[in-house]
Design a protein around this ligand. Structure first.
Ligand SMILES: Cc1ncc(COP(=O)(O)O)c(C=O)c1O
Length: 455
């Protein structure tokens, strides 16, 4: 992060976003790096957003920006969907925290159950991080085992137990991280993705309490996993009696209304959810088989209860937003549109890259698109194409940070916000947004070429 974007690009960006530049100076005096989430850091400064609607957001200087962050994936319906806004406003006037059971939490849970039937019982928490943390502790109590198996490059939130091996390097076999104890690492079994033989061997040798997986592959399909592997995973974990957790924090209600498990027809033992679950407000959930979730009950067959407090569990504002959002998700329309727009963005970007004769490609599945700059290999021949033969080390590798910051800055100047090299579509994106985005990416490439940052 020591490198900065080049001076002329920076000067033009500063001219277009003067208020954001000023706000960042204030932000730096209160937040490390001036930001509240590592991913929002941008050099020379991030853009400060004042309002948003549908597929667009508007900054403090009234620039209109087509958004591909979509609330870090939580806004499948787009920004400020009227049904969600109305539900939250009505609930805020009624009660924001009764400190008691309330009907909305039951309606929220029933809406989840209708879409994801493997969730026979559930508990609400406040984020995806909390949900996966809770899942692991519950599995340890149920199984009496210590170890947890995860796949290299899969992200399950930022708590100690699963943040190791979420990011490269993967080929050193050393997953130690600042602040994470050796005890935590001893209890973590890391297996390469898409390798059923390695998975079975690790289960036999390490005897884990559970296996946790991102249903479409690490980092929301950066390194895709497909149905064949997932079905093999289910078969092996069933045969070996190891609890299988689908982390549907990002895939849930997005890939399909029933998540990746619905799409691939797989029934996991437990599921973690967040993001779309709460309609863009904070919220998470752990759910699964009733006999497993029973370990949360005061009298249960395990003779041990998992303690589960949490001031904001099932809070009525998130519940109201969640009920409203899941009601719209249930129509199937937002997933259909988001997936269709994802395919259009990938296809149109690949046409652009070919036309401009740059060695970039786009790939992805469902409502996501990922650009690979400086790509060496054959161009995609279909939307199912996975570059580099699905190599973890190649696909999930650090891209030059100077180029990454410059690309985002150049795109923002063209009225488009990608998260790094990636885009997340929603049901609010329309073909005109994609057309405008492709023009902006083309202009960004020209700027980067002018700056001498790409060939
Ligand atoms: C698959 C997955 N699991 C867990 C998390 C963590 O969720 P949260 O950011 O709500 O803590 C994320 C967040 O992006 C995620 O994508």
């Amino acid at each position: 992060m020591s490198q900065t974007t080049s001076r002329s690009l920076t000067a033009a960006y500063r001219d277009q976003f003067p208020t954001s530049a000023k706000l960042f100076e204030r932000g730096k005096r209160v937040f490390p790096n001036g930001v509240t989430h590592d991913g929002r850091f941008l050099q020379p400064f991030p853009v400060y957003i004042e309002s948003a609607a549908g597929s667009k957001k508007y900054d403090a200087d009234n620039n209109e920006i087509i958004d591909y962050w979509m609330g870090h994936g939580s806004l499948l319906l787009g920004h400020s969907h009227p049904a969600v806004v109305e539900a939250v406003q009505a609930q805020a006037a009624r009660a924001t925290h009764p400190g008691a059971c309330h009907e909305q939490e039951i309606e929220w849970a029933e809406a989840v159950q209708r879409l994801i039937p493997s969730v026979e019982r559930m508990r609400f928490v406040n984020s995806g991080t909390e949900a996966t943390l809770m899942a692991l502790r519950l599995c340890r109590i149920i199984s009496g085992k210590r170890k947890v198996l995860k796949f290299a490059g899969h992200f399950h939130g930022w708590h100690d137990l699963l943040i190791p091996a979420a990011d490269p390097p993967y080929d050193t076999g050393d997953f130690s991280m600042p602040g994470i104890t050796g005890g935590v690492l001893d209890d973590l079994v890391v297996v390469p993705p898409n390798d059923l033989a390695a998975l079975e061997r690790a289960i036999d040798e390490q005897d884990p309490a559970c296996v946790i997986v991102e249903g479409t592959g690490g980092h929301w399909g950066l390194v895709p996993m497909r149905g064949e592997f997932l079905r093999g995973l289910r078969e092996i974990t069933t045969r070996k009696k190891v609890i299988l957790i689908f982390d549907e924090v990002i895939t849930g209600f997005r890939v399909a209304p029933g998540g990746s498990q619905g799409h691939y027809g797989i029934c996991p033992d437990m599921t973690t959810m967040a993001k779309i679950l709460a309609g863009g407000l904070p919220g998470g959930c752990l759910g699964g088989r009733a006999d497993l979730m029973a370990a949360l009950e005061f009298d249960n067959p395990y003779g041990k209860k998992m303690k589960h407090p949490g001031t904001y569990n099932g809070n009525p504002l998130s519940a109201a937003a969640g009920v409203a959002a899941l009601g719209v998700v249930a129509t199937g329309e937002p997933c259909r549109v988001a997936n269709e727009m994802g395919r259009k963005l990938r296809t149109d970007l690949n046409e652009l890259f070919e036309r401009k004769n740059v060695n970039w490609i786009a790939y992805g599945e469902f409502s996501g698109a990922t650009i690979v700059p400086n790509y060496e290999g054959p161009r995609p021949d279909s939307d199912a194409f996975i570059p580099y033969n699905n190599s973890l080390v190649k696909l999930d590798s650090k891209i030059d940070s100077k180029l990454t910051h410059a690309f985002r800055v150049a795109l923002l100047m063209g009225g488009v916000d990608f998260f790094g090299w990636r885009a997340m579509l929603s049901g609010a994106h329309a073909a005109a947004d994609i057309d405008q985005t492709v023009v902006a990416v083309g202009d960004a490439i020209d700027l980067l070429q002018d700056e001498g940052l790409i060939r």
